[in-house]
Design a protein around this ligand. Structure first.
Ligand SMILES: CC(C)(COP(=O)(O)OP(=O)(O)OC[C@H]1O[C@@H](n2cnc3c(N)ncnc32)[C@H](O)[C@@H]1OP(=O)(O)O)[C@@H](O)C(=O)NCCC(=O)NCCS
Length: 134
C-alpha cells in the first residue's frame, strides 16, 4: 500500500474533524481547521492512503525559529506500522527547510518511546499550564 505524505496538503474540515475525534476520543466539534491552520501554522502534514486521510500533524510556530508539534494523529487501524514516525519525519524536514532551529513537542506518559526513540526528539524539562477550567 502506497501512502502519500504531503506538506501543506489539501484537506476538508470534516476529514480532520473525523480523524481528530477518533484519535482523541471526542465528538466532532465543527472546528474550522482550514482557517485556523492557514492563520497560525507554519504547515502541516497530511497522509493519504487510497485517497483517504489517515494521518495528520500540525506544525505551529512563533514566526521565527521555534516550531511546535500539535495534534499528531494516525487512524486507529493503521497505528504501529511506522506511519506516525514518517509523518513526524516529514514535519521535521519541512520545518528545518523553512529555517526553524528548534522543534518542540510535549506528550503524555505513554509516548516517550514514540517521540524520543522513534521520532528523534531529546528529552528536556518543560512546563505546561491549563488556563481554563475543565
Ligand atoms: C501517537 C501516534 C500518532 C503514533 O502513530 P503510529 O503510526 O502508531 O506510530 P509508529 O508506528 O510510527 O510508532 C513507532 C514506535 O513508537 C512507539 N509507539 C507508538 N505508539 C505508541 C503507543 N501508543 N504507546 C507506546 N509506544 C508507542 C513504539 O515504540 C512504536 O514502535 P513499535 O510499533 O515497533 O513498538 C498514534 O498512536 C495516534 O494517533 N494516537 C492517538 C492520538 C495521540 O495520542 N497523539 C499524540 C498526541 S501528543
Amino acid at each position: 500500500m502506497v501512502d502519500v505524505y504531503e506538506w501543506r496538503g489539501k484537506f476538508t474540515n470534516a476529514e480532520i474533524e473525523a480523524l481528530h475525534a477518533e484519535a482523541f476520543d471526542h465528538q466532532p466539534q465543527g472546528s474550522d481547521w482550514q482557517t485556523r491552520l492557514d492563520k497560525h501554522s507554519l504547515g502541516w502534514v497530511c497522509v493519504r492512503r487510497s485517497g483517504q486521510l489517515v494521518g495528520f500533524v500540525n506544525v505551529a510556530w512563533d514566526g521565527s525559529t521555534h516550531a511546535f508539534i500539535l495534534d499528531t494523529m494516525v487512524a486507529g487501524p493503521l497505528r504501529r506500522h511506522g506511519v506516525g514516525t514518517r509523518l513526524v519525519a516529514v514535519a521535521v524536514r519541512e520545518t528545518k527547510a523553512a529555517g526553524c532551529e528548534w522543534f518542540h513537542v510535549d506528550f503524555d506518559d505513554d509516548l516517550p518511546r514514540f517521540y524520543l526513540d522513534s521520532c528523534g526528539f531529546r528529552s528536556t524539562k518543560a512546563g505546561l499550564m491549563r488556563l481554563t477550567d475543565r
